[in-house]
Design a protein around this ligand. Structure first.
Ligand SMILES: *[C@@H]1O[C@H](CO)[C@@H](O)[C@H](O)[C@H]1NC(C)=O
Ligand SMILES: *[C@@H]1O[C@H](CO)[C@@H](O)[C@H](O)[C@H]1NC(C)=O
Ligand SMILES: *[C@@H]1O[C@H](CO)[C@@H](O)[C@H](O)[C@H]1NC(C)=O
Ligand SMILES: *[C@@H]1O[C@H](CO)[C@@H](O)[C@H](O)[C@H]1NC(C)=O
Ligand SMILES: *[C@@H]1O[C@H](CO)[C@@H](O)[C@H](O)[C@H]1NC(C)=O
Ligand SMILES: *[C@@H]1O[C@H](CO)[C@@H](O)[C@H](O)[C@H]1NC(C)=O
Length: 307
């Protein structure tokens, strides 16, 4: 499916986004997140009897009690103990809650309540919201032809993200695709809340222009772009051609050098023989003959392997 003549350049762009409503913690699906809460009040936590509990909008999740700093109760009210609080809260003042195995349903607002000395009244120490997302993969662009002349189809695909996002196209780095040229699909993945997203853009005369596909995950503050370079702008095939040329060149050089060496040896041996002939026995010249053939064979096999 992937023709050899194009190159795809991946660009990871992490875009700055405005941080107005971004007081929330961010959790990635399947991982854990910390909902921070630090006690900064003036009342001593160690000399009092305290109860502290985390609530979501709908239910209590975790409750703990300390008598003068010593833990006397610690219950997770959530299924499979997905919530944890440090046990030394009164000592450190850190009541942050860790929520593990995050699922999309966890995107809520949570609050930590605290009451002193078994008082009826409690106060809210912290209110923390959680946003949930999952990383989309880098978009992958594939190019195809259509039956219509001068028309090109680009398919951009990104997998396994949350929440469902749209893929955005740019033609020639700046131009929006013409209206009606883009069809988008989202495929929910089985047994998870994640999505594959696909976008198909059908455009005319775009064969020689770079095309960009971008996926933006606003929750995770991630923007990934892939640029599909047309034939003329490609990089890797140029590199491939250069290295092919290098290979041919070095092969030729090796052959020439081998021939020169071989000729040198032949002349050297001949010259030696001429010079020594009057003084040498026939046995000696026989040995030299063998040497030459061996050398030639060796050279032959050398050039064979190189070519
Ligand atoms: C998004 O990421 C950029 C770069 O990593 C960072 O500077 C910015 O503060 C982030 N914005 C939010 C809202 O987290
Ligand atoms: C405690 O923290 C809250 C917000 O986290 C802040 O508004 C308040 O001024 C702090 N109080 C002290 C005494 O540091
Ligand atoms: C509750 O107990 C668990 C272990 O059973 C511990 O990891 C956690 O820190 C304790 N939490 C508190 C608030 O004491
Ligand atoms: C804490 O609780 C214990 C028993 O539950 C009680 O004896 C003690 O007086 C309480 N301390 C304070 C400061 O309320
Ligand atoms: C692509 O953009 C460049 C500069 O941004 C412009 O010179 C060129 O004409 C554009 N090509 C097409 C086919 O629109
Ligand atoms: C999601 O995309 C991956 C590849 O990117 C593919 O292997 C998988 O089958 C897709 N799942 C669905 C439900 O489309």
């Amino acid at each position: 499916m992937t023709p050899r003549w194009f190159a795809v350049l991946l660009l990871g762009l992490v875009k700055q986004s405005s941080s107005e409503e971004d007081e929330c913690s961010v959790g990635v699906i399947g991982e854990s997140a910390i909902l921070p809460c630090i006690y900064n009040g003036t009342q001593s936590l160690l000399s009092a009897n305290i109860s502290a509990w985390w609530r979501s909008e709908t239910e209590e999740m975790l409750r703990a009690m300390w008598r003068q700093g010593e833990e006397i109760l610690n219950v997770s009210l959530l299924e499979s103990s997905r919530v944890l609080m440090p046990s030394l809260c009164p000592q450190t003042g850190d009541f942050s809650m860790t929520l593990t195995g995050i699922v999309p349903m966890d995107a809520k607002t949570y609050s930590l309540h605290i009451s002193f000395d078994d008082e009826e009244t409690s106060s809210v120490l912290c209110t923390v919201c959680l946003k949930v997302g999952a990383h989309f993969s880098f978009p992958v662009i594939q190019r195809g032809e259509t039956n219509v002349e001068h028309q090109t189809q680009f398919v951009c695909h990104s997998r396994g993200g949350y929440p469902q996002a749209a893929l955005h196209w740019l033609i020639n780095s700046t131009d929006q695709p013409p209206s009606g040229s883009v069809k988008a699909y989202a495929q929910p993945l089985q047994d998870s809340e994640l999505y594959n997203i696909t976008s198909v853009m059908t455009v005319s005369n775009a064969k020689h222009i770079p095309v960009t596909c971008t996926v933006e995950n606003r929750i995770l503050n991630e923007t990934f772009s892939t640029i599909y370079w047309p034939e003329e702008k490609q990089f890797s095939p140029v590199v491939a051609r250069a290295s092919e040329a290098m290979l041919v060149f070095s092969t030729v050089v090796i052959i020439i050098v081998s021939l020169l060496v071989a000729m040198g040896i032949v002349f050297q041996v001949k010259w030696d023989r001429e010079r020594r002939r009057p003084r040498l026995h026939e046995d000696d010249s026989d040995t030299e003959d063998t040497d030459i053939t061996m050398d030639m064979e060796h050279l032959d096999s050398l050039t064979d392997t190189v070519v």
